[in-house]
Structures are given as C-alpha cells and as structure tokens.
Ligand binder design. Structure first.
Ligand code: NCD
Length: 304
C-alpha cells in the first residue's frame, strides 16, 4: 500500500506519469468517468480549506466514486479528545482512500501508520503540502513544457508556507534549476529546507528582500500569502502581512514568458489588476488541481 505524505515519496518518473495521466484526463474525461465506481474517498480536514478539499471531492466524484468526511476539527471526535490514530483507524473502515489536512506537522505520517487504506497529506501545519506541489508541477509543465532549466522565484512567507517547502523539494531534483528566495528577514526559508533541498544538492540560489530587483531573471514567480494562523502574535503578522504586493508596474521589467503562480487563497499579495495579465496562471492552477488529484487517486488505488 502506498501513501503520499511527502512529495519526495514520488520519483521524478512517477511525477511525470501523473502529469501525463492528468493531461490524458483533461483530453478524455469521459474515459475516466467510471474508473472509481463503488470507491469512497474520505476527506478529513482538521484545518480550513476551499480548493484542496473541494478539488479532492470533485476529483473523486468525476471518477464515479463517492465522498464522505468532515471539514473542521470541531465537527469530528477530535473535539472530544480522540487521537489521530484512532480517528484514522475508524475512517479507514469506511473508505478506500483518505485525504487529510491537519495543523500539526507530521499528523498525516502518523495517520498513515494506523490506516488500512492509502493516506494523502493534504497539508500538515507549516511543513508540507505535496498535492499542491503536484498541482504546481502540472501548471509549470503545461505552461513551460519542462521542469528543468528554470529560474524559480518564491516570494512572501517562505518560513511557514508549506507549499513552498514541498515545491522547493520537488524542483530541486531537476537539471539547471536556480532558486530566488524573496522574503522579509523574519520569514526566510527554514534552515532544514535550505540544507536538504538546496545546499546538499548544490543548487544555485539567491536571497533578496526586493522583488523588483530580481524580477527580470525569473521564469516562474511563486507568490504566497503570509500565514497568519502560524504566527505567535498578531502584531508581527500585521507588520509583515503587506511586505510584498504584486502590481502591474512591478511586472514591467519581467520576462514576457514569466509565469505567475499562487497556491491561493490570496489576501493582498497580488493585486486583482494583475489577474488579466497573460502571465498570471493562478486560476488555471486551480483547475489543474482537480485533474492531478484524479490521477493521484487512480494511482494510489492501483487503478491506473
Ligand atoms: C495553501 C495551503 O493550505 O497551504 N492553500 C492551498 O491548499 N491551496 C496555501 C495557503 O493557505 O496559503
């Protein structure tokens, strides 16, 4: 049985197969409409979500399967003090595959040790978010036609942004990658991510507090929200929340074929006036999230 807890659980070859499968699903949705007839996906969300949970549910429904679950810890027995291990043991009796989001780092890993069915990490605290990364990778491949020889800029909350940690890990395995890390001093990429995914692999990288200064070299700009819920005090959040706001004038010296990604939700960090720029990809990214999750469900259920 296979789980997806960390994006590095998938080899680059498996990622390519998932991307190809998602592209085939986009081309031939009817061919997949009954692949998961009779199967049940459980979505256990102990933290808020719009896109991740609904795209998982939409993915399973579009494969002919069914869904059950909860969308807040308050409405599950976690509120009575039940452990993750016991909740998972229970839900895995009622479902064939589980997608789980939890505020504690490592909770989906613990869940996978107690589950009778595959577990997918749908975001664990400020740690990882592998299925957002699959979404980001499908978007990059669709837009750029490759994963290699790209200068990838990450901007915003690189400390708490779990989507950043997983995407840095995934991209570090391709040739000719350069990372540009743009954040306030307090929100820099955690040391463990930098050591494991950048320094150990000898990947060139640059750190900057100015987005404008590095804009001309970027092929991909990955904007992120400042993660309010992970701050210890509101004052720090208020001071840092508007550190970067992408506006059309900041894009003036960007490459013509730059692609702007954002995992969403957006708060203030991309002005809505950027939405119509042909380089903005974040709403396409939302759409791709469903198809790559369909491909992933098929793979983990052994139905591909
Ligand atoms: C991200 C997350 O939950 O980490 N959202 C998502 O799943 N698309 C990003 C965020 O919340 O900022």
């Amino acid at each position: 049985m296979k789980h997806l807890i960390d994006i590095l659980d998938l080899s680059p070859q498996e990622i390519m197969e998932l991307v190809n499968k998602a592209c085939d699903i986009i081309e031939h949705p009817a061919a997949y409409a009954h692949k998961c007839d009779g199967k049940i996906l459980a979505t256990l969300f102990f933290e808020p979500s719009t896109r991740t949970r609904l795209s998982f549910e939409s993915a399973m429904l579009s494969l002919g399967g069914q869904v059950l679950g909860f969308s807040s810890a308050n409405s599950s027995s976690a509120a009575k003090g039940e452990s993750v291990a016991d909740t998972i043991r229970t839900v895995s009796c009622y479902s064939d595959i589980i997608a789980m989001r939890h505020p504690k780092e490592g909770a989906p890993l613990v869940a996978s040790m107690h589950s009778l069915v595959p577990v997918i990490n749908a975001g664990d605290g400020g740690h990882n978010h592998p299925t957002q990364t699959l979404t980001d990778l499908l978007t990059i491949h669709k837009e750029k036609g490759r994963f290699d020889h790209l200068t990838v800029g990450f901007c915003g909350d690189l400390k708490f942004g779990r989507t950043v940690h997983s995407l840095v890990g995934a991209m570090s395995r391709y040739e000719g990658i350069k990372f540009v890390l743009v954040s306030p001093e307090e929100l820099k990429l955690p040391r463990y991510v930098k050591e494991e995914s950048i320094k150990k692999r000898g990947i060139p990288y640059e750190q900057s507090v100015s987005l404008e200064a590095v804009m001309p070299e970027l092929d991909i700009l990955y904007m992120t929200r400042v993660q309010r819920e992970r701050f210890f005090n509101e004052e720090d959040y208020l001071r840092l929340k508007d550190s970067y706001i992408l506006t059309p004038d900041k894009l003036q010296n960007a490459k013509e074929d730059l692609r702007i990604l954002h995992p969403l939700p957006r708060v203030n960090e991309i002005s809505v006036t950027v939405d119509n720029d042909p380089r903005a990809c974040y709403f396409k990214q939302v759409q791709y999230g469903k198809y790559i999750r369909m491909a992933l469900i098929l793979k983990l259920l052994g139905m591909d």
